[in-house]
Write a protein that binds this ligand. Structure first.
Ligand code: SAH
Length: 224
């Protein structure tokens, strides 16, 4: 694993240039992402700083990439789709993310919501992500080393919850920590056959909508 620091001067050259990022954003728009704010944040967020230097040249391709420990940084299209689905209900103050990973999804949420609470079960990934948030001055992101299937009870309720690892069933704790009107975006199912689901907390229960077929790493219990 590369050390915890992020080199700030890997910009402006070749595959990490603004032009490459613009091309990615045009592609996401062509693929149906409509929320202009989401597209703008993706345009302005240096995804190459969220992967190992050896993979930086591929960081603006629309693909998932390995981040170590058998985990991946999500595909930009999926990040955009999930963020768009989460924001669709209006302004969000508090958002919980389960599965910090590289920190990229949290960095995309950071300018779009009041506060991001992100939970990760693999300590070195969390430490690295925390350093990236610090370097990029993303001061509204709080991090916790924990099994996120329990949510973050002391910080809830949340206006939005996003899971970037797939449970076989939606954890009860996450439903409980959803504020009235709050939205939960979560990939559900066994490895390889998951459905991205949007759950909204209504006055008398929960409403559920299927969004996409997806493939995420599994949500595992305990910490590592
Ligand atoms: N949002 C990340 C995606 C990382 S992949 C990004 O933008 O890079 C999903 C992450 O979820 C992995 O880092 C994995 O360790 C983590 N994860 C899996 N189960 C978890 C759990 N129960 N609690 C917290 N994190 C979990």
């Amino acid at each position: 694993m590369a050390g915890g620091t992020v080199s700030q001067n890997r910009s402006g050259i070749g595959m990490t240039s603004q032009r490459t990022r613009d091309r990615l954003v045009r592609r996401l728009a062509d693929e149906g992402i409509k929320n202009q704010q989401v597209l703008d944040v993706i345009r302005n967020t240096p995804r190459h700083l969220f992967v190992d230097e050896a993979l930086a040249s591929r960081s603006y391709e629309d693909t998932a990439l390995p981040i170590g420990f058998g985990q991946t940084i999500s595909q930009p299209y999926i990040v955009a789709r999930m963020t768009e689905a989460l924001l669709d209900g209006g302004l969000l103050n508090k958002v919980l993310e389960v599965g910090t990973g590289s920190g990229y999804q949290a960095a995309i949420l950071s300018p779009l919501v009041g506060e991001v609470y992100t939970v990760e079960r693999i300590r070195p990934l969390l430490d690295q992500a925390r350093q990236r948030f610090f370097d990029l001055k993303l001061n509204n992101i709080r991090c916790k080393y924990s099994d996120g299937s329990w949510g973050w009870p002391e910080a809830g309720a949340f206006d939005g919850i996003i899971a970037t690892a797939a449970p076989e069933q939606v954890p009860d704790a996450l439903l409980k920590q959803l504020a009235p009107g709050g939205r939960l975006v979560v990939p559900v199912g066994a490895r390889g056959v998951q459905t991205l689901i949007l759950i909204t907390r209504t006055a008398d229960g929960f409403e559920q909508r299927m969004l996409d077929r997806v493939s995420f790493v599994p949500m595992l219990s305990g910490t590592q």
